[in-house]
Unconditional design. Structure first.
Length: 182
């Protein structure tokens, strides 16, 4: 993908495109979260995508240098600061977690341990009607494993693309090697 019509929300200080790939360095104290449990709201994650209306399929492959608690990277569908889904890998309590956060005013977070030896991950977010199906694959495998099925407001235009954030750390690098939007 040539990233035609892609734009940044919260552009990072350091990023570059090369061919089909994108490199981004998440800045410190960036996050995407609304209210639940912690009581705070953040809409500061780095998001790069383009607007889609209605049904779409977003597939993202990436690898990252996660180092600190809650370092995260992956795919995002975002209507606005209170309605979005992010799915990817998050570094939690010293390990890699496959993570999905669904937000409709309040964030709903689910995780499962990533397979041992994780190097890269591919996430597929398929928006059809009023739902988003989240599938994943790791280390070159196609995304065939169901991780989440969630409600998502139908027909609302949404930014579809990639994201990264470093909520408590000093930042880290992510390389997105595949971004497909159909």
């Amino acid at each position: 993908m040539a990233f035609d019509d892609f734009t940044w929300i919260n552009e990072p200080a350091e990023w570059s495109r090369s061919g089909e790939g994108l490199r981004a360095v998440a800045g410190a104290q960036t996050d995407l979260w609304q209210r639940t449990h912690y009581g705070y709201s953040y809409d500061t994650a780095h998001m790069f995508g383009r607007q889609v209306a209605g049904d779409a399929r977003l597939t993202v492959t990436f690898e990252a240098g996660y180092a600190e608690q809650y370092d995260q990277a992956g795919a995002v569908l975002r209507i606005d600061e209170e309605n979005w889904i992010k799915a990817g890998v998050e570094f939690v309590d010293g390990g890699h977690q496959l993570s999905v956060v669904v937000t409709r005013g309040f964030s709903d977070w689910s995780v499962t341990p990533a397979p041992a030896g994780l190097v890269s991950a591919t996430f597929d977010l398929e928006r059809a009607g009023d739902a988003v199906t989240v599938l994943y694959g790791v280390n070159g495998a196609e995304p065939e494993h169901l991780l989440r099925l969630a409600y998502f407001p139908p027909q609302e235009p949404a930014l579809a693309g990639v994201m990264c954030a470093a909520p408590v750390g000093k930042g880290f690098e992510t390389r997105f090697t595949r971004v497909s939007l159909r």
